[in-house]
Design a protein around this ligand. Structure first.
Ligand SMILES: [Zn+2]
Ligand SMILES: [Zn+2]
Length: 216
């Protein structure tokens, strides 16, 4: 199994990269991704982050991937070409605060990210619906179609328990890839992807429906 969403001391997590990998190994995951928040990095710490992950890739018994969690801002996701080039994958998440009823603004942000060539995965999609309102079915289908057209994946988040079953089912039907993520901010939470895995199975998903399943 995989956990592609974990944080370390390079952003607001409390563990080191090695702690996250050790926990992933202890839980017998096949793959762990490190995905710290992009806005914590300076050019120097980003270099250190990437080279440190590269070193663990060679030393570790499981697949280790270098990721990042970028923010979908009103302009565009805040990931640069230079950074994306050095990473295995980029998660883009909408962390903006929106007034109740502004679900259309949220969907526009997501659509922009789905058309950004540096983005691979949309993080915890739909976690804000309880606060900003729920979109129509057709609007969600538009989002999935855009993901299909651009080869993007959606995360099934064990932290936020999103997206909904029907959304995941529709992704699978369309061939849109999925990832499993704990969004762990401490090492002991790395690999806690039970909720995500259960939803994937409930939706009829298989290994092939996961991004990077060929590396597992
Ligand atoms: Zn997030
Ligand atoms: Zn996160």
């Amino acid at each position: 199994m995989m956990d592609l969403h974990t944080h370390t001391v390079f952003s607001d997590g409390v563990g080191r990269i090695s702690d996250n990998i050790a926990e992933a190994e202890r839980r017998m995951l096949g793959m762990v991704g490190i995905s710290d928040h992009i806005h914590y990095f300076t050019p120097a710490t980003f270099n250190r982050y990437v080279s440190s992950i590269e070193r663990f890739k060679k030393e570790s018994e499981i697949t280790v991937l270098a990721g990042i969690e970028a923010n979908i801002t009103p302009d565009s996701p805040d990931i640069t070409d230079e950074m994306a080039k050095r990473l295995d994958y980029v998660i883009a998440s909408a962390h903006v605060w929106l007034e109740p009823g502004r679900v259309n603004v949220y969907l526009e942000l997501i659509k922009a990210a789905l058309q950004d060539e540096n983005v691979d995965v949309i993080g915890h999609f739909s976690n804000v619906f309880p606060y900003i309102g729920y979109p129509e079915e057709e609007e969600l289908m538009e989002v999935i179609e855009l993901a299909e057209a651009n080869g993007k994946a959606f995360e099934i988040s064990s932290r936020y328990k999103v997206p909904e079953l029907s959304f995941v089912k529709a992704c699978i039907q369309r061939g849109v890839k999925l990832t499993l993520g704990s969004d762990a901010h401490m090492p002991r939470d790395v690999g806690r992807i039970g909720w995500s895995l259960k939803l994937l199975r409930k939706a009829g998903g298989r290994m092939e429906d996961l991004l990077f399943s060929e590396l597992l």
